[in-house]
Design a protein around this ligand. Structure first.
Ligand code: AMP
Ligand code: MG
Length: 521
């Protein structure tokens, strides 16, 4: 790709679909299908992340070159790039959905730079054999959301796929945003995503489901060999698969703990949206908690059952890992060790989660009695609408003086007046917290530092992204870059951006895009 070194090792090592025409179909005995992006009519680069460009060796000191812009919009294919869509399956909202696959994502290959190999993928670049009823395109609003959140999550220190560039295509895409029959043309856009690979749980599920066991083994061996080489001593055997599965469980648990830490709700935790690397992937109707509400989900498609609500995310991760274990079973042919690893998940998750909560509270250790302190705090936060981000950030200022509480948190509440019962309960909690702090063995400044690197000052609030989208729809793209700039340093005080450290305004409470989103994108 231009002068970078491209490695096509996914396609070089794994079986291709023998059909090369691009039409929607069920594919058999293949990990991917070759297909090429649609040429956009007048592509325009709206924003790029120089950090991601640097990772893959693109020099953007003087902006993104015309040649790279052509590649990132799908207008031009690099000479050595063999583009393809991956085949995968999945469980959607708890039900087996059969073959899914990259319906609107086209992989460009891996760039190897500084000994690191990263895959580039264009999301929204046109139909593939896996597009099913979709058109293969993406609209500007959802592409802005994916672009910004990919980068925001990275800077929040959360494992995620990255985003290199956001382009508009100059073409229009029809979308029924609320699934109410009102179809509108919207601006088409493409996000260039970057990750070690985009392999999902669903990539393994597809081969298990269709009894393609030799390919299942090839894919597992490829994944382990390339991405988990530390597990391979002489050859890959059943013990290797089990060790790998255990690592995937741990990576997934760690990712969810990070989500819970900042109040991120993915919204569509289907097994096809679970990365084998434990990366946050596929930003659709996601959202960040404003007021701490464990039952919140931004996804209107899930409004009834709320399967993917904030508090349910660890359980769903476990459920998804069970499905992955079922897919890997033919490689191991012994349920017991798989079950044993799955049974460790809640224990491992709980340990990580408690450590994370201790960090949020500035505690250097987790004591046996802390669980109650953590749970009581979450109950308190949910009892009256409390802004999660502001509460935890301000908590670092707490000096043990119970009289200071009221002033510290005035901006964190969504109600003007607090009930006496609530104030009493809050007093009790802070009493327990003050006592607990006495057992801390770190200095005051170390405690503040620990809290301020755990509790972000800035999150990518849903209403802020919606403002950026509304402006972009009017042709003003400045807010996209401004949000990206702020989210580059989410743990730092940025006095010039104090306006972005505010609870959600009332106008955004029930506004589409701010509090609820559909899967339409
Ligand atoms: P999601 O849960 O949004 O990540 O997507 C679920 C499945 O639908 C994946 O196989 C996507 O590739 C596919 N998909 C979503 N939107 C489109 C679209 N506009 N055109 C084609 N396929 C799509
Ligand atoms: Mg997906």
């Amino acid at each position: 790709m231009t002068n970078a070194s491209v490695n096509n090792f996914f396609i070089d090592n794994l079986p291709a679909d023998t059909e090369t025409e691009n039409f929607t179909r069920q594919v058999a005995n293949a990990c991917y299908s070759f297909c090429t992006p649609v040429k956009p009519s007048s592509p325009q680069l709206l924003s790029h992340s120089w950090e991601v460009a640097e990772l893959v060796g693109i020099d953007t000191k003087h902006g993104v070159s015309q040649e790279w812009q052509a590649i990132l919009s799908g207008s031009k294919l690099a000479d050595d790039s063999k583009t393809f869509a991956m085949r995968y399956a999945g469980h959607q909202f708890g039900h087996w959905a059969g073959q899914l696959g990259d319906g609107r994502a086209i992989n460009l290959g891996n760039i190897v730079h500084n000994d690191q190999s990263l895959e580039l993928q264009l999301k929204g670049a046109g139909p593939t054999p896996y597009s099913r009823a979709g058109d293969g395109f993406a609209v500007l609003r959802s592409s802005i959301r994916e672009y910004l959140c990919s980068e925001a999550m990275h800077h929040l220190k959360i494992p995620t796929t990255r985003a290199l560039a956001l382009m508009t295509t100059g073409d229009w895409v029809d979308r029924d945003m609320f699934y109410d029959g009102n179809v509108q043309p919207e601006a088409g856009a493409i996000v260039c995503r970057v990750a070690p690979s985009f392999i999902r749980f669903g990539n393994f599920q597809v081969h298990a489901a269709f009894q393609e066991l030799e390919i299942l083994k090839q894919l597992a061996d490829f994944t382990i060999g390339h991405y988990f080489p530390q597990l391979v001593e002489k050859h890959i055997d059943k013990a290797t698969y089990l060790a790998w599965f255990k690592i995937v469980c741990e990576l997934t648990a760690k990712m969810i703990v990070h989500w819970q830490r900042v109040g991120f709700v993915h919204g569509v935790m289907n097994t096809d949206n679970m990365s084998i690397h434990g990366l946050t992937i596929d930003y659709g109707p996601y959202g960040f908690l404003d007021n701490f509400d464990p039952n919140w989900t931004p996804n209107t498609t899930d409004a009834q059952g709320k399967r993917y609500r904030y508090a349910n995310q660890p359980y769903i991760a476990h459920w998804n890992l069970v499905k992955l274990a079922e897919a890997l079973y033919p490689l191991i042919e012994d349920a017991k060790p798989l079950e044993a690893i799955l049974n460790e998940f809640p224990v491992y998750y709980e340990q990580q989660s408690q450590r994370m909560m201790a960090n949020k509270l500035g505690l250097d250790k987790v004591l046996a009695t802390d669980k109650e302190l953590f749970e009581d705090l979450e109950k308190l936060l949910a009892a009256t609408e409390t802004d999660m981000t502001i509460f935890y950030r301000e908590l670092a200022q707490f000096d043990g003086q119970l009289t200071s509480i009221n002033n510290l948190f005035t901006d964190a509440y969504y109600q003007e007046t607090l009930t006496d019962d609530y104030i009493q309960a809050r007093h009790q909690w802070f009493l327990a917290y003050s006592e607990r702090l006495q057992q801390n063995t770190i200095s005051h400044s170390e405690k503040t530092e620990l809290m301020n690197r755990t509790n972000p000052k800035y999150i990518l609030r849903n209403y802020l992204v919606q403002i950026a989208i509304d402006k972009a729809n009017q042709g003003d793209y400045s807010e996209i870059n401004k949000l990206l700039e702020i989210m580059r340093k989410p743990y730092s005080e940025q006095p010039e951006f104090e306006d972005y450290y505010q609870k959600r305004p009332e106008w955004a409470r029930n506004k589409a895009g701010c509090s609820m989103l559909s899967c339409s994108s």
